[in-house]
Ligand binder design. Structure first.
Ligand SMILES: [Zn+2]
Length: 44
């Protein structure tokens, strides 16, 4: 059996990089936590 590929959505905040350019350095994206993908499922 083949599993359908999970469709991960890129984090629009960091454009899938997981890092945000802040000035001359990079910081971990706070939206996705550095994964580069939108967090799956509601977190609360
Ligand atoms: Zn992100």
């Amino acid at each position: 059996m083949q599993k359908p590929p999970k469709k991960k959505e890129k984090c629009p905040h960091c454009e899938g990089k997981g890092l945000i350019k802040l000035g001359d350095r990079k910081v971990k994206c706070s939206r996705c936590g550095g994964s580069g993908f939108k967090p799956s499922g509601p977190k609360h």
